[in-house]
Design a protein around this ligand. Structure first.
Ligand code: FVH
Length: 319
């Protein structure tokens, strides 16, 4: 194995390969991050080319795709004098750097022009989890290439190959991060609310955990509603929630808490009411995310009216 990039994640990845008995070569842009891995048996390469030449599988995990480009820019398919040519031919490049589906497709094309196999991956774990079964690594790209290296990659945790579409792993990665940041954003706002009355976060948090745990159980039913297009089944209709949400905003302002995290949901709830989805489930809002808000209407009129517009492209951001 070769691991390019020895940040917190790269070091964890290299450590997991070593723990599983894989001879591992490591490289990092700057010095000072390889000593502990060297002590555990890793070979420290002086150059990227040396590191790549050392192994059939090259894992790269750096800050972002610009950094990936910086690391790999020296490689030339054409054999320009002074640059390593052909080093990547026949090797498998596994890119676990966070990025977008478009970047994954571009990277796959780049790898193909250099004769390398390419897998793109998304790590759903933090560094201390790497190597445990709780660490999920998502892969996309050629199923044959994944199968060939599946056992080796299992050193990092639970591997899941999603699709031959090389952008799929980053799509899932970004989607899962979106869900995570939504949860964190809600929690941050909630803690700021109780903090405004000097309630310690640690006192409040067990209630938040228990409430969020209960609410998470509604996600599979919401997913079913999205897939069927039928959002009619609900005990908590959208219009009721849109009205209650006004209190959330008013209370925040009264408590001196910024509404920056919670305003966007208000706009979407209002768009849902305007799109005649008020009697249905909250999951109906997901459909609206495929359309853009385009015109302004008065929120209160719509929330308190039975006859609402049928335009799904409505923005209530500026009441
Ligand atoms: N750590 C985490 O919790 C998350 C978990 C999920 C996956 N992410 C993604 O993993 C990628 C690497 O993250 P990281 O935690 O290792 O990040 P850092 O500790 O900040 O290390 C960054 C490494 O990237 C190297 N680097 C940065 N810019 C360049 C460049 N222009 N050329 C070459 N290398 C570069 C940096 O090198 P150095 O500063 O030590 O020389 C580190 O090796 C990331 O995509 C996360 O989103 C982590």
């Amino acid at each position: 194995m070769t691991v390019l990039g020895l940040g917190a994640m790269g070091r964890a990845l290299a450590g997991a390969f070593l723990d599983n008995g894989h001879p591992t070569t490591v490289w990092n842009r700057t010095d000072g991050k390889s000593a502990e891995l060297a002590g555990r048996g890793a070979t420290v390469a002086a150059t990227v080319a040396d590191a790549v030449a050392a192994s059939p599988i090259v894992v790269i995990c750096v800050l972002d795709y610009d950094a990936v480009s910086d690391v790999l820019r020296g490689f030339s398919a054409s054999g320009i004098p002074g640059r390593p040519a052909g080093i990547l031919v026949g090797r498998t490049l596994v890119n676990l750097t966070n990025g977008t589906p478009r970047q994954a497709h571009e990277m796959a094309r780049w790898a193909a022009t250099h004769g390398a196999n390419y897998l793109d991956g998304g790590i759903m774990a933090v560094p201390p989890m790497i190597g445990s079964t709780g660490s999920l690594v998502l892969y996309s790209g050629s199923p044959e290439v994944f199968t060939a290296h599946e056992r080796t990659l299992a050193a990092l945790g639970t591997s899941t190959h999603l699709s031959a579409d090389v952008g799929r792993a980053s799509l899932y990665d970004i989607a899962l991060l979106s869900a995570m940041y939504g949860m964190f954003g809600g929690f941050f706002h909630a803690v700021a609310m109780v903090n405004s009355e000097k309630v310690p976060a640690t006192e409040f948090t067990p209630l938040a955990v228990s409430w969020l745990t209960a609410m998470i159980t509604s996600l599979p039913a919401m997913a079913k509603a999205v897939d069927s297009g039928d959002h009619s089944a609900t005990d908590s209709n959208l219009r009721m929630q849109a009205l209650a949400y006004v209190n959330l905003l008013e209370a925040s302002r009264d408590q001196g808490v910024s509404t920056e995290l919670v305003e966007p949901m208000r706009a979407l709830l209002n768009r849902g009411v305007a799109a005649n989805r008020g009697n249905g489930d909250l999951s109906g809002l997901i459909d609206l995310l495929h359309t853009s808000p385009v015109r302004n209407l008065r929120t209160d009129d719509l929330l308190h009216s039975d006859s609402v517009g049928d335009n799904e492209s409505t923005d209530f951001g500026s009441e």
